[in-house]
Design a protein. Structure first.
Length: 278
């Protein structure tokens, strides 16, 4: 089973080198890396080309920014049955791909694999993820899936593209990976989460002063909720919306980060209101 790794890259050099070195040590060798370079210069190409003799690399230059947009540009180039979406600053363990392929070979009726992400040498990572193995469901996607941790076994099915209105660089700046997996689950795909399988990634700590980034992320969550509630008729998801809004409301009252929580509440509301269902 061939694995395709679709990786847009921008503004990263040292971290990209670390990821490529982790691919060099993979115990499973039947994979390709598809690099979609959003940088204006050729720094990424100069790094990538040094690995072309070690594993298969497809390199594409993109003159447009956007995570989902450029993942889609990479998806149309994939030749594998299995696809994953590493970040340019993550790091695989030597048996990461071996575990993914072994799972799909062992469990023919499962089509989604996911694992946990931690910062190397730490006991925490970006966001909260479950600490025990479990089925991936519509209700726990946000705690069992991050963009770098999930792989899809498409077999011979048509691939699903990302919603280019969601994600970093888009109008609604988050939620693209959750939306992607929810789409697959609604199509009947089964998934399994493995808490003890780890992909390393620098933990992104909360920055209460970056209000623009917080607002864009909140827009994405609001849009995601609208897609799930209005578009896919999963009414339960509205509870996640109000739970987060309530938490932010309390944050406005009891913390010093009142502006941050106010901006986030507004972003979710605007995202839900203005996202246009197709």
């Amino acid at each position: 089973m061939k694995v395709s790794l679709v990786m847009p890259t921008i503004n990263v050099t040292t971290e990209l080198e670390l990821f490529l070195k982790s691919l060099r040590t993979q115990t499973y060798k039947d994979f390709e890396l598809i690099v979609v370079d959003q940088n204006e210069g050729n720094e990424a190409f100069e790094i990538v080309k040094d690995y072309e003799e070690e594993f298969k690399i497809k390199y594409a230059k993109s003159d447009e920014k956007g995570l989902s947009l450029n993942r889609n540009r990479g998806l149309v180039l994939m030749e594998g049955e299995i696809v994953g979406f590493p970040d340019d600053d993550c790091e695989y363990q030597p048996d990461t791909l071996e575990k993914v392929v072994a799972f799909f070979e062992r469990k023919k009726n499962y089509r989604i694999y996911s694992c946990r992400t931690l910062e190397r040498g730490k006991t925490y990572g970006t966001g909260v993820m479950e600490k025990k193995d479990m089925e991936i469901t519509k209700d726990n996607v946000d705690k069992t899936v991050k963009s770098i941790t999930f792989f899809v076994n498409y077999k011979k099915d048509d691939i699903i593209l990302f919603d280019e209105n969601l994600g970093v660089g888009a109008t609604f700046g988050s939620g693209e990976e959750t939306d992607y997996v929810l789409t697959l689950l609604h199509k009947g795909y089964k998934g399994r989460y493995f808490a003890n399988d780890i992909i390393f990634h620098p933990a992104k700590k909360g920055n209460y002063s970056d209000l623009d980034r917080a607002y864009k992320y909140a827009l994405g969550f609001g849009a995601l909720v609208k897609k799930e509630v209005k578009g896919r008729k999963n009414r339960f998801y509205i509870l996640k919306y109000w739970k987060r809004q309530f938490r932010s409301f309390v944050g406005m009252i009891v913390t010093r980060n009142r502006r941050y929580h106010r901006v986030v509440m507004k972003g979710r509301k605007i995202g839900y209101k203005h996202y246009e269902l197709k």
